[in-house]
Design a protein around this ligand. Structure first.
Ligand code: ADP
Length: 254
C-alpha cells in the first residue's frame, strides 16, 4: 500500500534533512501509529504520504503508483477539524463529496456519472450525529466536531486514512471514545491507517505497528509490533502497560 524508497526530504534552507535515505513500507489494512518527540518529522512524513510535500530524493509510492500529488482515495484528518463555521453538520459532511464531484476522482472536472449518490446520512448515523445534523460547528462539542470531520472523510470511501494528532485537543473520555470508534471503523471498512501522535498511550491503543522516529535526520525506521492493539480490554493488560513504559523510556518522557 505504502512504500518509501530511499526518501530524502529537507525543508528549504534547513541544515539537516528530516529524512535521509529512508525506507519504509506499510501493507493494506495495517494500522500504524507514528510516534516520536516534537520536531522529529511526524507531520512531515504524513504530508509526504498525503502528496502535499514531495521528497527531495527517492520516491513515495501509494498503491503501486509514485505519488506526485494528493490522491482522492486518501483521507486526511487533522487536529483542528477543518469545518466551515457557517455550514451545518450535514453541509460540512457533504463538502468532500462536493469537491470530489466538482473535480472528479482524477482531479479534473467530474463526469456526470460521478455526481450521483451524495448521501452522507448513513455516515452521520454511524457516527451518532443524526440529531446534530442541522447544527453549526459552534454548537457542537470538540468530540462531535471531530466526528463530523471523520464522517466527511469516510463518506468518500477512502482506502488510506491519514490522521495528524486527531484527538489531542479533546478531553480524556472523549478521546478514548473516538479511539474506540476509530478501531471499529478500521475493521468495518478495511482501511489502512497512518496516525501521527506524540501521545504514547494513543499510539499503543491504535497502532498495531508503531513507527518510532527520532531526531532528524531519520535514516532507519524503528518498528515495534503491537499485536494486542484493538483487542478488548487491552488498555488494562500488562502488555499495554509494559509497552507504554518502554516507549516512554525510549522517547525520554519518563
Ligand atoms: P513533528 O510533527 O514530529 O513535531 P515536523 O514534521 O513538524 O515534526 O517537523 C520536523 C522538522 O522540520 C522540525 O525541525 C521542524 O522545525 C522543521 N519544519 C517543519 N515545518 C517546516 C517548514 N515549513 N519549514 C522549515 N522547517 C520546518
Amino acid at each position: 500500500m505504502i512504500k518509501l524508497l530511499s526518501v530524502r526530504f529537507a525543508y528549504q534552507n534547513a541544515l539537516t534533512p528530516v529524512f535521509d535515505d529512508f525506507n519504509w513500507q506499510a501493507k493494506r489494512g495495517e494500522a500504524w501509529a507514528v510516534l516520536g518527540p516534537s520536531g522529529c518529522g511526524k507531520s512531515t512524513l504524513l504530508y509526504l504520504l498525503a502528496g502535499l510535500r514531495m521528497p527531495t530524493k527517492g520516491q513515495v509510492l501509494v498503491d503501486g503508483s509514485v505519488l506526485t500529488r494528493p490522491r482522492p482515495q486518501t483521507g486526511l484528518i487533522l487536529q483542528d477539524f477543518g469545518l466551515l463555521p457557517w455550514a451545518t453538520v450535514s453541509q460540512n459532511a457533504v463538502l468532500g463529496f462536493k469537491v470530489r464531484t466538482f473535480y472528479g476522482p482524477d482531479g479534473k472536472h467530474a463526469p456526470a456519472a460521478v455526481k450521483a449518490n451524495l448521501s452522507v446520512d448513513p455516515w452521520l448515523e454511524r457516527l451518532g450525529l443524526t440529531a446534530e445534523k442541522h447544527k453549526f460547528p459552534g454548537q457542537l462539542s470538540g468530540g462531535q466536531r471531530q466526528r463530523v470531520a471523520i464522517a466527511r472523510t469516510l463518506a468518500l470511501n477512502p482506502d488510506l486514512l491519514l490522521m495528524d494528532e486527531p484527538f489531542s485537543s479533546l478531553d480524556a473520555p472523549t478521546r478514548e471514545g473516538l479511539q474506540q470508534l476509530t478501531l471499529e471503523l478500521l475493521q468495518e471498512n478495511n482501511l489502512t491507517l497512518v496516525m501521527v501522535t506524540h501521545a504514547i498511550e494513543e499510539a499503543v491503543i491504535l497502532g498495531r505497528k508503531i513507527l518510532l522516529l527520532g531526531q532528524p535526520p531519520n535514516r532507519q525506521p524503528e518498528i515495534i509490533d503491537n499485536p494486542g492493539s484493538g483487542q478488548p480490554e487491552y488498555r488494562d493488560s500488562p502488555e499495554y502497560v509494559r509497552l507504554v513504559r518502554d516507549l516512554r523510556r525510549r522517547i525520554g518522557e519518563g
